[in-house]
Design a protein around this ligand. Sequence first.
Ligand code: DOR
Length: 430
Amino acid sequence: MSLLIKNVLAIDGQVGLHEVCDIRIEDGLIAEIGKDLPEDGSEVRDLTGCVATPGFVDIHVHLREPGYEYKEDIESGTRAAAHGGMVAVCSMPNTNPVTDTASTIEFVLRRAREAGHCRVLPSGACTQGLKGEILAEMGDMALHGAVAFTDDGRGVQDAAMMRRVMEYASQFDRPVMAHCQDDALVGSGQINEGPVSTLLGLTGWPAQGEEIQIARDIELCRLTGCHYHVQHVTTARGIDLIRQAKADGLPVTCEVTPHHLFLDETCIDDSYNTYLKVNPPLRSADDAKALLEAVIDGTVDALVTDHAPHADFEKDREFEEAPFGMTGIETALSLYITKLVDPGIITWERLVELLAANPREILNQPKVKLAVGYPADITVTDPKIEWTVTPDEFESKAYNSGFLGWELKGRARDVYVDGKATLKDGVVCD
Ligand code: DOR
């Protein structure tokens, strides 16, 4: 049975497509794209007014399973991903046990297949138990499906260990994705070190605690030739270092999150809202501006959420006691449309680069294009829907979002993975 999606504005800069047309899907692939295609016995879905793009991919997501299923599990996290318009996510390894063996990678893949809401591309830890001391079994994990290596949640403290991680990862043609944090400098830092931390009496987390590791790792990238990907970069200086590394021709890529782009340290006030406690922390307004410029000028390769679900009882504590992290996968696309595409700051084509083409390239995944013969991994967005972010809008188990109460425009309407609907009219398919 084939499916005919009618009257969508199909946008994909990879093939120079930007026009209202119909898309026929057959056997999981795009079979035909054109104007006024005949029904020819296909099931017809009229999506007039919507935008069809290559399916979106979020390469920084905490699914929490195994071990922290009370926060999120693979079923709920991938439901949330489909609801947010994603066809694939890259899962982070700070689970319990840590995803640092082939059997845990296989477990994640099996649970993802059973859930069936989106593709899950698991990352594996660089070091055993994320402790930074002993290399994890990277080769074995790569063989069993790990697409990248990261100790996300922590920086690798020892430069020689990071060098070894990069040497191993490049042997398996996998990127090293780094959470940059110098523990000695950051200590028990809670929020960005600056006037707000002083005013609120919270320990500061200095920008240099991130930038020093970015600078170190760029030099290690120069030494090893490994593809080095900077996770959730937050500072103007960090962006400058990455811009320079790219100009030097190094294989360096980077990502930013919606919270570091659209919020800053001044959002944290004497209500001590723990949903705004993230790692790395919300930085200054000038840093957020530098991130935006880097999204516009091409320095930023990918938009990601660092979706970090936590339970109520964990966030509902004193600021210092609450864990770092906010959810994001169900608000990201709407935030990008509301804050970037609708005001004309970036085009839909650039959004496709940041959310579909580059993320796949970073993880060495097959290309997906709106063209005949490619897998029908498609996100269909209704750019006009207006909605307010409230906890009951989420499929995730958690609602520790920093955007609660925001009024957003645009939302995923349909999502197709291998031609199969995972979201239809904004409702997750079971
Ligand atoms: O805010 C964060 N939360 N940053 C991280 O790097 C880890 C994440 C988590 O696992 O909760």
